[in-house]
Ligand binder design. Structure first.
Ligand code: ARG
Length: 463
C-alpha cells in the first residue's frame, strides 16, 4: 500500500483519496440534472429581471438568455457533458454558459444564491408533478366512472370484515373509489395552491441589497406571488412533503383497490377478469393468469411512504436556514413521483380494460344471507317489532336456513312460522337482492337511482 493519496482505512475501495470521497458524497448532479429545464427557466426569468431593473446591462443579459437556451437544447439532445466536479445542475449550467458566451455569464448570479435557486427549481419540478398527478387521477376517475355506468344496477356482495354483509351495486362500489381519488385530487389542488409562492430573490437567506423585482420573476415562473420571508423561502420544503403525503394517501387508496382486484380476479371469486394486457402467465402452471400489475400497485406505497418518512426525517431538527442535508430531498421525491405516475397509469389501464362478471357478482350477492338486514327491517316495518327483537328473530331464521343448507329466500313460510307466526308471504319481496339494493335510496346509498345521480354529479365535476 504505497498510495499516499488514498486513505488507509478505505483507500482500497476508492481509486483516489478523500477528495474523491468528498466529491462523491457532495455532488448531486447525478440526480438533480432532472431539474435542468426548471433551472434554466428560473435563470432566464432572473436574468430578464436583472436587465429590467438596470442591475445588469441589456447586452450581457441578451447573451445570457440566448446562451441558456443553447445549454437547454444541449441537455435535451443529450450532448451535454455533466461534470461531477461541478457538483450540481446549477453550477453545471453556469459553467457551460461561460464556455458559450464568455465572461458575461458571471453576471447571472448577481442578487441570487444557489439557495433560492434550488428552492425555486425544486418547487417548479414538484409543481409539475402535482399537475401530472391531478391529470392522472382524473383519467383514473373517468375509467372508474365508465365501470360504474356500465354496472350501475349490477348486484354484488358488500363486505365488512371481508364477510358478506349486504348486497350493494357494482356502480356504488366503483364510486366509492371515485370519492377516494377525488379527495386525492383535491389534496394535490390544495397543496399546489399553498406552495405556489416564489423563493427566487430570497438570495442566500437574507434577501439582497440590489433593487430586484420579485413580483416580476414570480409572475414569469407562474407563481402567484413571491414568498414573504427570505429565511423561510430558502429553508422550506413543505411543498415536497405535502406532495409526498398526498402521494402516500393516494398510493394507499391504489393499494386497497389493487388488493380488491387481486381477490376479485381469483378463481374463488371470479368477480372480474383482468385483461391479458395487464396480466402475466406462469412459467410452470399453464392455467395461471396472474394479476401482477395489481400486485405491484398494491406494493408501491412502500416506496412512496418510505420517501415521505425519509424526507420528514431529513427535515426534522434542521436549524434555519439552508443546510446541505436538504440536498437529500430530491431523490426521494423523484422516485416517489415516478412511482405514483406509473401506478396511476397502470391502474387506469387495468380499470379501463377490466370486465366485471355480472353473473358471478349476483350469485355471490345472493348467498351468505346478505338480505338478513332487509328481513329485520321488514319485521320492524310490518310487524312493528323493536329493531333489537327483529334482529333476534332474523338471527333465528338465518340459523334455520343454515341448518337446512339453504338461503333465506328458500325457506318456506311454514318453516318461518316456527320462529315467528306473523310473517306473511310478502316477506319474500325483501329477500331478493335486487329489491334489497333498490330499497336503499337514502342519500349516498347503494340504490341504482342514487348511483346514477352520483355518476352524473361526478361527470359534471370532472369536465
Ligand atoms: N445541490 C444543492 C442542493 O440540492 C444546491 C444548493 C447548494 N447550496 C449551498 N449553499 N451549498 O441543495
Amino acid at each position: 500500500m504505497t498510495n499516499t493519496k488514498s486513505n488507509a482505512m478505505w483507500g482500497g475501495r476508492f481509486a483516489a483519496g478523500p477528495d474523491a470521497i468528498m466529491e462523491a458524497i457532495n455532488a448531486s448532479i447525478g440526480f438533480d440534472r432532472r431539474m435542468a429545464r426548471q433551472d434554466i427557466a428560473g435563470s432566464r426569468a432572473h436574468a430578464a429581471m436583472l436587465a429590467q431593473q438596470g442591475i445588469v446591462n441589456v447586452t450581457d443579459i441578451e447573451a445570457i438568455r440566448e446562451g441558456l437556451l443553447t445549454v437547454l437544447s444541449e441537455i435535451e439532445t443529450g450532448e451535454f457533458a455533466f461534470s461531477t466536479a461541478l457538483e450540481d445542475i446549477h453550477m453545471n449550467v453556469e459553467a457551460r454558459l461561460r464556455d458559450i458566451i464568455g465572461d458575461a455569464a458571471g453576471r447571472l448570479h448577481t442578487a441570487r444564491s444557489r439557495n433560492d435557486q434550488v428552492a425555486t427549481d425544486f418547487k417548479l419540478w414538484v409543481r409539475d408533478q402535482m399537475d401530472a398527478a391531478m391529470t392522472g387521477l382524473q383519467a383514473l376517475m373517468q375509467a372508474l366512472l365508465g365501470q360504474a355506468e356500465a354496472g350501475a344496477d349490477w348486484v354484488m356482495p358488500g363486505f365488512t370484515h371481508l364477510q358478506t354483509a349486504q348486497p350493494v351495486t357494482w356502480g356504488h362500489h366503483m364510486l366509492a373509489y371515485v370519492e377516494m381519488f377525488g379527495r386525492d385530487l383535491s389534496r394535490f389542488q390544495d397543496a399546489r395552491a399553498r406552495m405556489n409562492e416564489s423563493p427566487l430573490g430570497a438570495a442566500a437567506l437574507a434577501g439582497t441589497s440590489f433593487p430586484i423585482d420579485r413580483d416580476m420573476t414570480a409572475k414569469a415562473l407562474g407563481f402567484d406571488r413571491p414568498a414573504a420571508n427570505s429565511l423561510d423561502a430558502v429553508s422550506d420544503r413543505d411543498f415536497a412533503l405535502e406532495f409526498l403525503s398526498s402521494a402516500t394517501i393516494c398510493a394507499m387508496h391504489l393499494s386497497r383497490f389493487a388488493e380488491e382486484l387481486v381477490i376479485w380476479s381469483s378463481a374463488q371469486f371470479r368477480f372480474v377478469t383482468i385483461s391479458d394486457r395487464f396480466s402475466t402467465g406462469s412459467s410452470i402452471m399453464p392455467q395461471k393468469k396472474n394479476p401482477d400489475a395489481a400486485e405491484l400497485i398494491r406494493a408501491k406505497i412502500g416506496r412512496i411512504l418510505g420517501a415521505n418518512i425519509a424526507l420528514l426525517t431529513v427535515m426534522k431538527g434542521l436549524p434555519l436556514t439552508y443546510s446541505k442535508d436538504m440536498q437529500e430531498d430530491k431523490e426521494q421525491v423523484f422516485d416517489a413521483a415516478d412511482t405514483l405516475m406509473l401506478a396511476l397509469a397502470a391502474m387506469t389501464g387495468m380499470v379501463g380494460d377490466m370486465t366485471a362478471n355480472r353473473d358471478s357478482l349476483e350469485a355471490a350477492a345472493s348467498s351468505g344471507f346478505s338480505t338478513a338486514t332487509d328481513l329485520a327491517d321488514w319485521l320492524v316495518r310490518t310487524l312493528d317489532m323493536p329493531f333489537r327483537d327483529a334482529h333476534h328473530v332474523t338471527g333465528a331464521l338465518v340459523k334455520l336456513a343454515e341448518d337446512a343448507g339453504c338461503d333465506l329466500p328458500d325457506l318456506t313460510l311454514a318453516q318461518m312460522h316456527t320462529v315467528e307466526s306473523r310473517i306473511t308471504k310478502a316477506v319474500y319481496e325483501v329477500l331478493g337482492v335486487h329489491n334489497s339494493v333498490a330499497s336503499r335510496i337514502s342519500y349516498g346509498g347503494t340504490a341504482p337511482v342514487q348511483v346514477r345521480a352520483q355518476i352524473a354529479r361526478w361527470k359534471e365535476r370532472l369536465t
